[in-house]
Design a protein around this ligand. Structure first.
Ligand SMILES: [Fe+2]
Length: 294
């Protein structure tokens, strides 16, 4: 029996795919940081129930996927940022929702379990501090699987997508162009200037950045899922991502906002910050709180 479409009267929260960039994105002001704050303000104004975020720094081996269940997580230190910008920020782990995510993932066949020892890393709390400087909403961190299979991570996003109907804000925190081996580090190491652009970004970085924007903004629904997965076969993908970890959150996002019900919801590029010459921190959002689905 065909399922009835429910989007005519069910509000779906927006989904964000953020590029968190270097640690200095926490300490220095940027267009991206301003946009993160705006997204946080909107989320609070619309009474989100919590945040569910996949970062880029936590992956499990073999078939496992972990969800953070540490009730009192510490923060991994952030290089090049004064501790006053993060040390006292209170993290707010949402254990009931973490357990729900584990259940939902298990029901879909994932080998999911909680990790009660996991300490949070800047890939997630950098964005949370920027979005919610006055207090972290209840937050669930979903890890990655270290095989970095795009379809696996799409399915993780698709599995948790129904939580958008309950008022959860789903976020992927990774990078559009993020190859630490190809960044130009000298201005940051010598002058703490992560935004120095002594030369333009190199051609491979510009090319892949454009491919990401085109694919995110020109595809919706299941086509979005295929498009983001296909980007991993782009000729410049391996130049732009020496490792796959910062691209997986894009697949998670594509799963979370790539259902048939999401057709017509296109990603938009709202802010962008280049760092270290070749790292492109593009900030995409899909849908909005105010849009009532047709
Ligand atoms: Fe990172």
């Amino acid at each position: 029996m065909a399922l009835m479409k429910t989007n005519s009267n069910t509000a779906l929260t927006p989904v964000h795919w953020f590029s968190h960039g270097s640690t200095m994105m926490l300490g220095e002001e940027s267009e991206s940081a301003t946009y993160w704050k705006k997204c946080g303000d909107e989320a609070l104004a619309n009474g989100i129930k919590g945040v569910i975020i996949m970062g880029a720094h936590w992956a499990s081996v073999n078939d496992k996927i972990h969800v953070a269940t540490n009730p009192h997580p510490a923060k991994s230190p952030v290089a090049y940022v004064h501790p006053s910008k993060y040390a006292d920020y209170q993290l707010n782990p949402d254990l009931p929702t973490a357990n729900r995510c584990i259940e939902l993932l298990r029901q879909e066949g994932f080998d999911a379990e909680g990790d009660a020892q996991f300490d949070w890393i800047h890939d997630t709390y950098l964005v949370l501090i920027r979005m919610f400087p006055h207090g972290c909403p209840p937050t669930t961190i979903v890890g990655m699987n270290a095989r970095y299979d795009p379809h696996y991570h799409v399915k993780v996003g698709a599995t948790l997508r129904p939580l958008r109907k309950e008022g959860y804000l789903l976020i992927g925190s990774g990078g559009a162009v993020h190859n630490l081996y190809r960044n130009k580090w000298e201005p940051m190491l010598r002058y703490r200037d992560n935004f120095a652009q002594e030369s333009p970004p190199e051609a491979w970085a510009l090319e892949f950045r454009q491919a990401v924007e085109d694919n995110v903004t020109q595809n919706a629904g299941p086509r979005l899922r295929r498009a983001i997965a296909r980007l991993m076969k782009h000729p410049q993908y391996r130049d732009a991502h020496a490792t796959d970890d910062h691209f997986m959150s894009g697949l998670f996002v594509a799963g979370a906002v790539g259902d048939k019900e999401d057709e017509g919801t296109y990603g938009k590029l709202y802010a962008e910050t280049w760092e270290l010459t070749n790292m492109c921190n593009s900030q995409f959002s899909f849908g909005s709180f105010v849009k009532s689905a047709a």
